[in-house]
Design a protein around this ligand. Structure first.
Ligand code: TPP
Length: 377
């Protein structure tokens, strides 16, 4: 979905984990370019510092754009005002604005080539334009701007990784990046275990699930990463389940990218470690949502100014008993096979934890924050 939405200007920082393995199954690489030669830029750093790694990419991309804007300002006397004004204005992320910006950059490059090819020294009968060319350092500036001009198209930056990275080992960095006000998107592919290393329990593992280091079924509830991120107020946060609720997922991706600050999308990710035939993943995801095991929401700080509650719950009223959801996955059923009484106790505790979380979200979804107009009045 990411490559389809933003592939021709996408930058991905990928934490080590399943997504980095299928994201770069070297020597093959599934990310590719379109007919125009554009495609995602992808890189993988250490498992423990992926948020910082992606944040550095953001700073790098911003620095290159700022440099391109400075060079544009320097060569501006040699360019039509119309073109300089257009390229200096912010560019929206919609397809039409991006296409227009690319046409403008093509025109810029043609003019830069002319500038670079022209003689450097103004003769006594030089025109104002020739003199200006000398003032701005002519061909060198033009050549550098030619190299950087693509940075005048906004990049879509995504920091991607699993729950072991996001909830546990990389959490300090993730929190640090969320606390900034930079435009970065974070996508957590939440399999609720460290999948790539064989299914160790993470803080995302749900109550009652068997995982390595939780072989009798995890006793404590899943960490609520989304709610922690909401406490900042300026972070866009969504919880999605793409196979059961595709439309809600697309909306979350579009809103996250449109949000001017950081965003966090937590994506339910069916995994072999859950212990069922993944051909049934869409149905099982729907059970996860309808039992309250997986919340579905979008928290958009942009709604505050419109006088609306920032949190919007996308799940329907809960209709599936927690037991019916848990019975479908071997990670939960293993407890029942070994110790039916314990299974019953863990099911009740999982249901209570899900109900508590649901009740909190329902209350939060009613809260409308003061707008600037409220304080005027
Ligand atoms: C500091 C560090 N510790 C451990 C590892 C080994 N390691 C690589 S991937 C991974 C698990 C990733 O789990 P998660 O983030 O949940 O992603 P998933 O594989 O589930 O998509 C681990 C422990 C590592 N690369 N670096």
């Amino acid at each position: 979905m990411l490559t389809q939405l933003y592939g021709d200007r996408l930058v991905i920082a990928n934490a080590t984990g399943c997504s980095s393995i299928y994201g770069a199954n070297l020597p093959t690489m599934p990310y590719t370019t379109g007919p125009d030669g554009r495609g995602p830029a992808w890189n993988n750093s250490l498992f423990e510092d992926n948020a910082e790694f992606g944040f550095g990419m953001r700073l790098g991309v911003d620095a290159q754009r700022a440099r391109a804007e400075l060079l544009l300002f320097r060569v501006a006397p040699l360019l039509p005002d119309r073109l300089v004004d257009a390229l200096s204005a912010p560019c929206d992320g919609d397809a039409e604005s991006i296409a227009t910006r690319r046409t403008e950059i093509t025109e810029l490059r043609e003019l830069l080539a002319e500038i670079a090819a022209a003689p450097e020294t103004a003769t006594p009968d030089a025109t104002t334009r020739d003199a200006a060319r000398d003032v701005v350092g002519g061909s060198e500036t033009a050549a550098e701007l030619d190299r950087l001009a693509d940075h005048l198209v906004p990049r879509s930056l995504w920091i991607v990784g699993g729950d072991g990275w996001a909830y546990d080992i990389g959490y300090g960095g993730l929190d640090h990046v969320l606390s900034s006000n930079r435009k970065v998107n974070i996508l957590v592919l939440d399999t609720e275990v460290y999948s790539n290393t064989g299914g160790q329990a993470s803080k995302a593992t749900p109550l009652g699930a068997v995982a390595k280091y939780a072989s009798a079924g995890k006793e404590t509830a899943k960490k609520d990463l989304g709610r922690l991120a909401m406490t900042y107020g300026h972070v866009y946060v969504a919880s999605v389940a793409m196979q059961a609720r595709n439309r809600q997922t697309v909306m979350a991706f579009l809103e996250a990218e449109a949000h001017p600050g950081p965003s966090l999308i937590i994506a339910h990710s069916p995994c072999i470690a859950h212990g069922y035939d993944l051909a049934h993943a869409p149905t099982q995801q729907a059970r996860a949502i309808n039992s309250g095991a997986w919340p579905l929401y979008r928290f958009d700080p942009g709604r505050v100014a419109a006088g609306e509650p920032p949190l919007h719950i996308d799940a329907d009223p809960l209709s599936v008993p927690m037991r019916a959801y848990m019975r479908e996955e071997a990670r939960f059923r293993m407890v029942e096979l070994r110790d039916p009484e314990r299974f019953e106790r863990l099911v009740d505790a999982a249901e209570a934890a899900a109900m508590d979380r649901h009740a909190i979200y329902e209350q939060l979804a009613e809260i409308r924050l003061p707008t600037p107009e409220d304080s005027d009045g």
